[in-house]
Write a protein that binds this ligand. Sequence first.
Ligand SMILES: Nc1nc2c(c(=O)[nH]1)N[C@H]1C(S)=C(S)[C@@H](COP(=O)(O)OP(=O)(O)OC[C@H]3O[C@@H](n4cnc5c(=O)[nH]c(N)nc54)[C@H](O)[C@@H]3O)O[C@H]1N2
Ligand SMILES: Nc1nc2c(c(=O)[nH]1)N[C@H]1C(S)=C(S)[C@@H](COP(=O)(O)OP(=O)(O)OC[C@H]3O[C@@H](n4cnc5c(=O)[nH]c(N)nc54)[C@H](O)[C@@H]3O)O[C@H]1N2
Ligand code: SF4
Ligand SMILES: [Mo]
Length: 760
Amino acid sequence: MSAAASGTRKAVRTCPLCEATCGLELALAGDQVVSIRGDEDDVFSKGFICPKGFALKELHADPDRIRTPLIRRPDGRFEPAGWDQAFELIDSRLTPILGADRNAVATYLGNPSAHNLDNMLYARVLLRALGTRNVYSASTVDQFPKQLASALMFGGGTTVPVPDVDRTSHMLILGANPLASNGSLMTAPDMRGRLRALRARGGKLVVIDPRRSRTAEEADEHHFIRPGTDAHLLFAIVHVLFEEHLARPEQRLTQIADGVDAVRACSHDFSPEAVAAVCGIEPGTIRRIARELATAPSAAVYGRIGTCTQEFGTLSSWLVDVINFLTGNIDRAGGAMFPLAAAGASNAAGTPGRGRGFRAGRWQSRVRGLDEVFGELPVACLSEEIETPGEGQVRALITVSGNPALSTPNSGRLDRALAALDFMVSVDVYVNETTRHADVILPAPSPLRRSHYDLALYQFAVRNVANYSPSLLEPDPDLPAEWVTLLRLAGVAAGLGPDPDVAMLDERVARAVLQREIATPESPVHGRTVEELLAALEPRVGPERLLDAMLQVGPYGDGFGAAGDGPRLSLSALEAAPHGIDLGPLEPRLPDALRTAGGTIELAPERLIADVERLRTSLRAERNGELVLIGRRQLRSNNSWMHNLPVLVKGKPRCTLHVHPDDAERLDLRDGDDARVSSRTGAIVAQVEVTDAVMPGVVSLPHGWGHDVPGTAQRVAAAQPGPNSNTLADELLVDAPSGNAVLNGIPVELAPVRAAAAVA
Ligand SMILES: Nc1nc2c(c(=O)[nH]1)N[C@H]1C(S)=C(S)[C@@H](COP(=O)(O)OP(=O)(O)OC[C@H]3O[C@@H](n4cnc5c(=O)[nH]c(N)nc54)[C@H](O)[C@@H]3O)O[C@H]1N2
Ligand SMILES: Nc1nc2c(c(=O)[nH]1)N[C@H]1C(S)=C(S)[C@@H](COP(=O)(O)OP(=O)(O)OC[C@H]3O[C@@H](n4cnc5c(=O)[nH]c(N)nc54)[C@H](O)[C@@H]3O)O[C@H]1N2
Ligand code: SF4
Ligand SMILES: [Mo]
């Protein structure tokens, strides 16, 4: 029976769940998903799919997903409400707080916003309308160290070197497990296939991780490292590159690079012999790793969560690219390269090769005095900003697709702080550990009822691609698109009352974007009129109008008809190519992609050199044999929010504490036992899994669990809650240059629950 005859239809779209951007082929019957498989014709993923991709079916159908606004009653119970009623309440409660002090309203943007075109384009409109300095997001429990290092070195926070995995002959991975995570700041569907291809063509893969991860199992070599000591190791590699005259940066880049001598001087104290005991890696091994990197025909060093969310996150992230530079691998095929995205590439806009540079610390957090970075404050500060009285105290919070009550450090404290807010609004799809504190929850539609384009992730893709997915299903008349909700909130914040003219606000946004373009001398639409461009974009509105404009003025764009030959992109061109458009392998982009003030590659930025002393001091720190906690990701999980989907949580509990056999024996713990894990900030009970996949002295627990708090409405998740690892992460530990939270390398104590009970 043909699809049509059976009443099903086929459609393709990009998976919005992780950074791999896989093409999915869905079979639909009416509004229901019948099946999902990989889209074999997708120009990038070529049929690859992971278990989470299938889970979109259950996400779409999940009866616990909220479908109307909810208002919390005084007894704590949520009651469905109409949109007007919800917005009247928001306006009446938020407007006075904003009127007294704009900084009294904080925002928190969570991870799914990076996978959501509506949020990518309209959350910033809300932030601008609020005018608060209390802007927080998941970025400071994630990638800010990498973005900060990149901004300081290359002039832009999205100018991040990405490993050219398909052409490299040597890859060194630190603190990333793309076989479970499917890659991050490295958009590359099917990393297992790509890494196997690397080895099949004679290349080498080396993994540095305190755990023998799935990626480590695929590698030629894996070395355990003490958590938090990657910067020591990387500096030692730099040391060897200089000492053994292996540093051979490309001539064309040496001419535009500043700070090689400063890097050399800093690396002096970090010989392999000096760091070996700290990292737990032999000096001979470190020297060999350095030589192999330097002599490989091409090589790429790549680090991710394990190198970012730790004590020396920014230094590690920086040193990764210092090594890529010194070994001649920055910006060349097979090395670490700069993608050229079709839309929103800030390093392809304006004057090529130079810019305003980058400055952090334009303001500080009120209580701890931590620096602003990229317009945000570290989320590790959020609790104290809510708790501490005085001018500028946070009294209200708006969360958009975030679950900070599970994903940020000392979440127990944040949970109590959220309960103490005067007012809270959440735009979300579940009543969960965070949104249960909201006075109003505004739902977002199913991912199948919105369009999709990976504006953020294509900035980090290992190939230049562009793929647009229209909404698969008609909008639900009672559940507006998320961009409409965000604009309506922006209207409230701007003082326009509970029912602002969203179409007018949207046109204003589009006008501002076009205005900026026509004022930019390098833009293909320089000198044209906003009216003319707006007319050309008709009848599109909302994200489609903005995306079309961005594609047209982008590096492959048709320039609103002004461009010449070649593949010329517009939204219509993408609509005509449902499996995506391949724009080719990455190409060298320096110096044009630089936006530093001097037009140089800054190898030794002041903010980072200033932090080297902290690293040097840590060389002498005493190691008293304490246990430290790290995280890990699992293929069938996605941070905190997909544990309500039976297909992903079935089977034995996966939120277990990995403990090395030596530690288990010393602490009298057996496989399957419950253990009490405690840190400065709190204690949890976790089930022990004894395994030599984790190194001695280190225990590992996944994050995003802890679904056993009252007042949530996620029935499947609550049945397998797991412990919340961020109860243990210490909000006072941050990476100094970025303020990013330290989530790996947390000192903990471990005891069998039976012993703890006996003592208590
Ligand atoms: N210990 C430890 N903690 C960590 C990490 C770690 O490795 N270890 N990793 C950190 C990292 S990298 C990240 S990115 C953060 C993630 O931290 P968060 O972004 O705070 O948490 P998520 O679990 O991604 O929660 C996403 C929220 O978005 C909602 N949501 C899902 N889809 C939509 C949608 O379409 N619209 C809206 N409005 N809402 C939606 C979900 O219901 C959920 O509430 O966690 C961090 N926390
Ligand atoms: N299945 C799944 N996929 C995901 C997510 C998910 O939750 N589940 N989350 C998504 C998000 S938001 C992100 S940011 C990405 C993250 O993508 P990845 O960075 O690949 O994430 P992880 O799998 O957590 O890998 C981090 C690794 O660092 C190791 N590690 C911990 N501490 C250290 C250290 O000090 N040094 C070194 N060298 N290694 C260390 C851990 O053992 C772990 O293997 O994944 C994304 N994809
Ligand atoms: S790897 Fe990521 S993008 Fe691909 S199917 Fe899985 S969740 Fe979706
Ligand atoms: Mo993340």
